[in-house]
Design a protein around this ligand. Structure first.
Ligand SMILES: *Cc1c(COP(=O)(O)O)cnc(C)c1O
Length: 387
């Protein structure tokens, strides 16, 4: 695309390749250069070209931030050194005495950050099943300042109604953050549905190749964005220019990857749901999923994450994970390669056992991250491992 061309009216896949990345004006390089400089020469004191020091701003990071803002349909994009770096920065916009109302089935690290770091600093939090909007309303306190959700949730893949929660948040004047890591902007647009912030662990689908740890926040509200711009620099959880380049490169195929993986996951979930060795399948693309109707209204497909219970307790789920060959047994998700993991032992070990039990994270639960390999190869692997 020629520099200066208009991006308006272009579709997601075109924007993924081009937004924030016009050809570099000096050489015409079509790929965004990795600007490793930590500092930038000024003509005279305070007279610079928009860059002073790479923590406060960097051209490669700017390109990524502009791209992410476009894809999430928000005005302001911010990139961070990890998803938790993004979360830490967003929670730091609150002050002692404030309260965060969080979904009950959040990423283990988000729970740990709220419970073990923010709570001692005076920022309280409570965790509620947000499938029931009346319960959410009841749990809002006078000091509540933020609602934080994931949908689909991790690992139970529950679906929360973004538009309904957004309406409540706006009524009560609360910042509403949606961790959009699982759905990605390919399938779901929280800001369009009324969220204030779409947050990401770019480590997952956004980068998509399991070779970067990164985070992002796209913000619709100007005042909050100004505060986060200050905090991004003041707290310093910024990504390296090299990582920004890697994430930008990954984003170019985001649509292709997520649509392929999601289509495979739909097929696999349907087959798993009738398999005799499987007790239960959690996948929002199945009509039997309790959140299916809402999922259909706010997502364009069911996503590429599936959770299932393998009949036979820990012995059976462990044996399934050991027998898989294409699916690597590993934490994380959202890469081109398929992964499988045991939430109770691996990703959600930091969630207290009683809380795990209440959420349904049993010893039989296995979480699959379906990659972009051939659907039939993936199914053959699963069928063999279920034996
Ligand atoms: C991985 C993950 C995070 C944390 O991101 P990091 O990049 O690992 O810090 C937050 N939310 C969700 C849903 C995740 O999957």
């Amino acid at each position: 695309m020629k520099s200066g061309s208009s991006l308006s009216g272009l579709s997601f896949d075109t924007l993924a390749v081009h937004a924030g990345q016009p050809p570099e004006p000096v050489s015409g390089a079509v790929m965004t250069p990795i600007v490793l400089a930590s500092t930038f020469a000024q003509e005279g004191p305070g007279n610079h070209k928009g860059f002073e020091y790479s923590r406060s701003g960097n051209p490669t990071r700017n390109a990524l931030e502009a791209n992410l803002a476009t894809l999430e349909g928000g005005k302001h994009g911010f990139a961070f050194s990890s998803g938790l770096g993004a979360s830490t920065t967003l929670f730091s916009s609150l002050k002692s005495g404030d309260h965060v109302l969080s979904g009950d089935d959040v990423y283990g690290g988000t729970f740990r950050l709220l419970d073990k770091v923010m709570k001692p600093l005076g920022i309280a939090s409570s965790f509620v099943d947000m499938t029931n909007i009346d319960k959410v309303r009841e749990q809002i306190r006078p000091e509540t300042r933020m609602i934080w959700i994931e949908t689909p949730t991790n690992p139970m893949l529950k679906i929360f109604d973004i538009a309904k929660i957004a309406q409540l948040a706006s009524e009560k004047n609360l910042v509403f953050v949606v961790d959009n890591t699982f759905a990605t902007p390919v399938l779901q647009h929280p800001i369009q549905l009324g969220a204030t912030v779409a947050m990401h662990s770019t480590t997952k689908y956004i980068n998509g190749h399991s070779d970067v740890v990164g985070g992002a926040a796209v913000i619709a509200d100007d005042t909050l964005a100004e505060r986060v711009r200050f905090l991004q620099n003041a707290l310093g959880a910024v990504p390296s220019p090299f990582d920004c380049y890697m994430v930008l490169r990954g984003i170019k195929t985001l649509g292709l990857r997520v649509r392929q993986a999601s289509a495979s996951a739909q097929t696999i979930a349907e087959r798993l749901s009738t398999h005799p060795a499987v007790r239960k399948v959690y996948y929002p693309g199945l009509p039997t999923h309790p959140g299916h109707t809402i999922a259909k209204s706010q997502m364009s497909a069911g996503g590429a994450m599936i959770s299932l219970e393998v009949k036979g307790g820990l012995t059976a789920s462990r044996s399934f994970l050991e027998k898989l060959q294409i699916f690597a047994c590993a934490e994380s998700l959202g890469g081109v390669e398929s992964l499988a993991e045991h939430p109770a032992i691996m990703t959600h070990a930091s969630v207290p056992p009683e809380a795990r039990q209440a959420l349904g994270i049993s010893d039989e639960l296995v979480r699959l991250s379906v990659g972009v390999e051939a659907t039939e190869d993936l199914w053959a692997d699963i069928a063999r491992a279920l034996g």
